[in-house]
Design a protein around this ligand. Sequence first.
Ligand code: NAD
Length: 638
Amino acid sequence: MTDIHIRTEGRAGRITLTRPKALNALSYDMCLAVEDALEAWRHDADVDVILLDAEGERAFCAGGDIAEMYQTGTEGNLDYGRRFWRDEYRLNAKLSEYEKPVISFLHGFVMGGGVGLGGHCSHRIVTDSTQISMPEVGIGFVPDVGGSYLLAKAPGRLGEYLGLTAARMGPGDAIHAGFADTYIPEADWSALKARLCETGDAGLVEAAAQPAPDSPLAAQQPQIDALFGGEGLQDLLNMIKGDPSEFAQKTLKTLTRNAPLSMAVTLEMLHRLRTVTALSIRKALELEYRVSHRIMEHGDFLEGIRAAIIDKDRAPKWRHDLSSVPAVDVSRMLAPLGKEALQFRERGMKIGFIGLGNMGGPMAANLLKEGHSVTGFDVAGVTVDGAATASSAAEAAAGADVVITMLPNGAILRAVADEVIPAMSAGAVLLDCSTVDVDSARAVADQAAAKGLGALDAPVSGGIGGASGGTLTFMVGGSDEAFAKAKPLFDIMGQKAVHCGPSGNGQAAKICNNMILGITMIGTCEAFALADKLGLDRQAMFDVVSTSSGYSWTMNAYCPAPGVGPQSPADNDYKPGFAADLMLKDLRLSQQAAASADADTPMGEAATKLYEQFVEHEDGAGMDFSAMLPRFEKRGRS
Ligand code: NAD
């Protein structure tokens, strides 16, 4: 890539932004390249220190590259921006928490994304040309990239002032506000960098430090604290309007230009962050991401970019007047995102995926979409777009962090496990999502544990629709450590993962659930057939039962009678949905488990026999499992 130069020099890992014509604006690819470099150097014994600097005289980095976000956002594609932000925020946290010293050389403009890159490092050096700011409210956004964290920790109400006015900080101000640590004149930088590369000793920064220049903001601090001490945007405006000083009037003028909703949300963010016990950059980034996730749809971001950098008319039409930003609009921006919340998981886990059929294929595709790398293998030669294809299960498993299997049955799982376990790296996790017998699940887990691997049995419910939509429910057996490692993957492939206990318990939960399902479906179908013979209208039957003590998922959500209740496979000639063959498989597993555990399951046994009869001796194969209703309908008592 020409926009960034990553290399090692002596004892230093070096990252130099080389896009001076664009004021070193940070693109998505640059962001990923920095993260990859940090990962590569994390355990590299030859790298003691990281140096982060930029070419050109005018800027270290004037922000994130928002042109592409505008382009995709105006086309209705919100995913690009959200992914950029998520990956960028994870990088911001990584820079802040990195195990080795990271030294940033912050010359010229350091704005927005530039603060995210250089403002969280362990050693932040400023010079006379430095001008740091968080200008987001001017384009209808809020201080992000961990900027809200720095603002919330700034002395007094300086955070509110800097966040709402986008005021620029010179070197003295940046140090006073906590955005930088050390002043070193730029003339000394080149020699310092050379010595840092030679020795890898970050202590040289301290030794080269010179007294920081004065901070005009420090002198103004009492007035800023008085003007920006109110609870809401209106309180601030009233205070500022009531102050005739030149500073207050200039500040007022600035505030009237910026996006009202953005300012109100920024204020609320800072107030909330200050009350967080053990405030961390992660907590701030998580809050910021709530806004980023929604800002294109519900905020002024696209309009702000249009006015500032696309049409350059500098006349944005904000959604709200300065005098009226409803509190509910602010709360809505900051409401928790649930499943969409920012995760600090690693991008790019290496995943081997074995069994790319109806379920495995779409599950693998969802993992790819979230930036993981997938190597797939299926005996039938099935491939998934974007995934590497291995020529054997062992090849797919080699070097993977997690190996996922999605296979037809326990015997095949055991055979595949024999092949992949010896090929897996120590510490990796074997994650089986197939529905198999409890004994096979436990045997495979023991085999994996003996080789120092984690193992999880995690059968799913939700069917093919859930696999494509990423809304499966996982029932998981295995250790806490293995569950924690796989959790980010469950979050992508599903809506819920329940940790049911040690190995085999996931399959136990699945088998028990599906035994209830099979029994209930038969009960529901035979009751409809009886109602027919008693002359009771099916709709009337549904209306009563679905709100009475006979209600069940099979009646209320998956009604087997065509034209009654919500849409279900019955309305589509009983094409599966959930095939009767698969129900038979699961019922047999329940009976196998019941026999091995000496459990009495007469209803499960009866249901198994009925589905066996239906699938193997009648016309049930290839039909939905609710097609039991037409079967009962045709029969008499004998
Ligand atoms: P599928 O038959 O479509 O897929 C299984 C895949 O495994 C096939 O592509 C097959 O070629 C491959 N395979 C078989 N042996 C292999 C081997 N030795 N090495 C590599 N690949 C091999 O089945 P599916 O519908 O995807 O179901 C997979 C599992 O998920 C099953 O255990 C099933 O019970 C369970 N399940 C399915 C559903 C559903 O609605 N389909 C719902 C919940 C659970």
